[in-house]
Structures are given as structure tokens and as C-alpha cells.
Design a protein around this ligand. Structure first.
Ligand code: ASP
Ligand code: MG
Length: 400
């Protein structure tokens, strides 16, 4: 018994039948003697549909109006879920972000939560109501509605769990947990029992779409243990928690990211400050650079190669062509990044060579390599990406 926060994503509340299913999960938890706060996202593709509607009328509309529009998706879900819970005979109340005390900064469509004023939530819990809260939204100092960025409902749930010191924070979704690789693509991908915050952050950044990045950052900051589990299959999911509480695994997952462009600057004048010039130009335009490689200088020239997201590739080339002379700049968008993540590699020599061996055995050429304490990434041809993931996965997580 305790306070449990449960979050349900868009697919879990996509239609009337799914909403009733969620109502049953929530009321079962309540029946066991728990206080329950439920956070929900907009139904199915509602948010995408609302964005499309806006674009039809005014693609450059003020972001304040976007938030006014997008927050409506979650308003629909909370009221429908509250009606479903009421139908099952339980006391319930739905609250919009502002009613639940979510104060954010004023950056429309990408707002950050500043604090949660918990009075209303606590009062409703004290009345033994099940409280259904709209995810993804809050209010700023001008009393305007804000939204937290795509996938922001995860963060809403973690924020409530942190503010009210909940005993559990469960993130229900349409998969059964976090896997060692995409189970639809990789034979023998395994569901993880547990994963550290840092590993989960790497996986989320590298393209595993189970949890929103910021929610994991916040969970780590406030020590909120998360469980990722399925709303359709009632079996234990994956626990995301502190490293200290868990066994280190060499490799927790293999991921693939096709949203990569490789920009090469060849025969660049080898003068001091040139790297600074290049990357400050890119950062001034908000272009996020991932992996950077610089060759040794020869005959007064050198090469610098780096990766950015696909849509930033052409823009990066255009900016650099405008400022650099006597060099060749090429952009290759037919590449992918394949990575392994695991806290155990810190203390395990030979992890990198094992990954490279898997690629060698599959005849896949590595164009770039980058490592951090708990991650190794390689850039390869996009057409090799799926084969690479399978080969590397097989190497570290053998078939049983
Ligand atoms: N409905 C919002 C979105 O689709 C928030 C969320 O799903 O978490 O991005
Ligand atoms: Mg959604």
C-alpha cells in the first residue's frame, strides 16, 4: 500500500475499449488499498493530427497558440478515462496540468517544469479520489498553457512521483519493457529485468523509443525508480534505477540510428583555431554535432569529419562552404550509427574489439568510431545497419 503514479501513453488509451482497459488496471491498483494518480497522453495519433490541422491553416503560427491547441488532446483523454473509472464505480476526478499545479517556464512547445504545487493533488488524494492528470502540459507565469515537448507525458508522471514522493512510478506502454534490441527486428532480443538511469539515457538518446529522455534525467535526479511495462499484457516490465542497486551487465542493448549525416571537410588548411571556427559557426545555428574525427596534418592540410542529424546535413555544408576556401566539403546521408550500451564495459577490456570482430565477420566496414564510458558507437553504411545490429547482438547476447 502506498502512493502509486501510473502513466499511460497514447496507444494505451487509443479507443473506448483501451480506455476501459486502463480504467480496470487503475481501479485494480486502487482496490489493493493504494492511492493512485494517473497521468495520460492524448489518444493514439491525436497530437500528430492536431499539428497537421494547424499546419493546414498556418504553419508558422505562434507557439502559444500551438500549446493552446495541443493541450486539448490530453484534455480529451483525462475526461474519458475519468468517465470510465466512474462507470466501474470508483471515486475519481480529472485535472488539467494547471489544476494539478504544474508550473513551467514560458518556452512554448518546449516548456520545462519549474515546480509542482501539490495542494490540489494532495487534497484529492485525501478525499480518496483516483486522480487523473493531463500529461504534457502546465501553465506559465502569464497564466498561459504550455506543453513540455513531444513525449512529455513521461516527464509529467516522473515529476508528480518526485514531488509527492510516490512509492512507485509505472510507465505503461504498448511494449512489455526495455529490450536488448528492437524485438521486431532482432531475433532473440531479450527483455531486460532492470537497467540503470545512465544506460537508459544512452538508449533513449540513441533511438530506443520507450521513454522520453528528459523523464529519465528527472528520474535520476530525484531517485524515482521507474517501471516500464505493457498495458495490454499484465506481466512484470523493466525497472529503471540506480546503478548501485544492480548487477553490471557488459551490454544492456544494441541500437541503430539512421538519422545521421556524415559531413567531411577535406584538405582543410591546418591552422590553429580552425576547428573552433567551424564548430562555433555550427553551434550558432543550433546544429548539434555528434561524433567528430580529425586526421593528422600533412603538407599543411588536414581533414575534419563529423556527424549531424540528417536534416542538418545540407545546412551544415552550406554554412561551411560560405566560410571555408580551398577545401572540399561532402555530405553523405546514407550512413547509420550502431551502438552498444552497458555500464559493465567500463571495467571490461576487449568490449570494443568484440564489437569490431562481429562487424568484421559480417564484412561491414567501419567509417568512424566513438566511445564513452558506457557506450561504443560506429558509423557504417546505412544499408548494413540491420545486419550490423543482428551480428553485434549475437556476439554479446548469444541465442539460447
Ligand atoms: N501527446 C504528446 C505527444 O504525442 C505527449 C505524449 O505523448 O507524451 O507528444
Ligand atoms: Mg502521444
Amino acid at each position: 500500500m502506498g502512493l502509486i503514479v501510473q502513466k499511460f501513453g497514447g496507444s494505451s488509451v487509443a479507443n473506448a475499449e483501451r480506455v476501459m482497459n486502463v480504467a480496470r488496471i487503475v481501479t485494480d491498483t486502487y482496490k489493493q488499498g493504494n492511492d493512485v494518480i494517473v497521468v495520460v497522453s492524448a489518444q493514439g495519433d491525436t497530437t500528430d493530427d492536431l499539428i497537421a490541422k494547424a499546419n493546414e491553416i498556418n504553419p508558422s503560427a505562434h507557439k502559444r497558440e500551438m500549446d493552446q491547441l495541443l493541450s486539448a488532446g490530453e484534455q480529451i483523454s483525462i475526461s474519458l478515462l475519468a468517465m470510465a473509472i466512474e462507470k466501474l464505480g470508483f471515486p475519481v476526478i480529472s485535472l488539467l496540468g494547471w489544476q494539478a499545479g504544474f508550473n513551467t517556464n514560458a518556452i512554448y512547445t518546449q516548456a520545462r517544469i519549474k515546480n509542482i504545487k501539490p495542494n490540489r493533488l494532495q487534497a484529492e488524494i485525501a478525499k480518496h479520489n483516483i486522480v487523473v492528470v493531463a500529461g504534457f502540459q502546465g501553465i506559465n507565469r502569464y497564466d498561459d498553457i504550455t506543453t513540455l515537448g513531444r513525449g512529455g507525458s513521461d516527464t509529467s508522471a516522473v515529476a508528480i512521483a518526485a514531488a509527492l514522493k510516490a512509492d512507485k512510478c509505472q510507465i505503461f506502454t504498448d511494449v512489455e519493457g526495455v529490450y536488448t534490441a528492437d524485438p521486431r527486428k532482432v531475433e532473440n532480443a531479450k527483455k531486460l529485468k532492470e537497467i540503470t538511469y545512465d544506460e537508459m539515457l544512452e538508449l533513449a538518446t540513441l533511438g530506443a523509443q520507450v521513454l522520453n529522455n528528459r523523464s529519465v534525467e528527472m528520474a535520476k535526479k530525484y531517485g524515482v525508480e521507474l517501471e516500464v511495462l505493457s498495458s495490454l499484457n499484465p506481466i512484470p516490465g523493466t525497472i529503471v534505477k540506480e546503478a548501485a542497486k544492480m548487477e553490471k551487465m557488459l551490454i544492456r542493448g544494441v541500437t541503430k540510428d539512421k538519422d545521421v549525416a556524415l559531413v567531411s571537410i577535406l584538405n582543410l588548411q591546418d591552422t590553429p583555431g580552425i576547428a573552433f571556427k567551424i564548430f562555433s559557426k555550427l553551434s550558432a545555428k543550433n546544429i548539434n554535432v555528434d561524433i567528430i574525427l580529425q586526421s593528422f596534418g600533412r603538407d599543411g592540410t588536414k581533414d575534419i569529419v563529423f556527424t549531424v542529424s540528417k536534416d542538418n546535413g545540407p545546412l551544415a555544408v552550406e554554412l561551411l562552404e560560405g566560410m571555408l576556401e580551398d577545401c572540399r566539403i561532402v555530405c553523405n546521408t546514407e550512413v547509420a550509427k550502431v551502438s552498444i550500451v552497458g555500464a559493465g564495459m567500463e571495467s571490461h577490456p576487449g568490449t570494443a574489439s568484440k564489437m569490431f570482430e562481429a562487424l568484421y565477420e559480417t564484412n561491414i566496414n567501419i567509417q568512424m568510431i566513438s566511445t564513452s564510458e558506457i557506450k561504443i558507437s560506429v558509423i557504417i553504411d546505412a544499408e548494413d545497419a540491420d545486419r550490423a545490429v543482428s551480428a553485434v547482438h549475437r556476439k554479446f547476447i548469444p541465442n539460447d
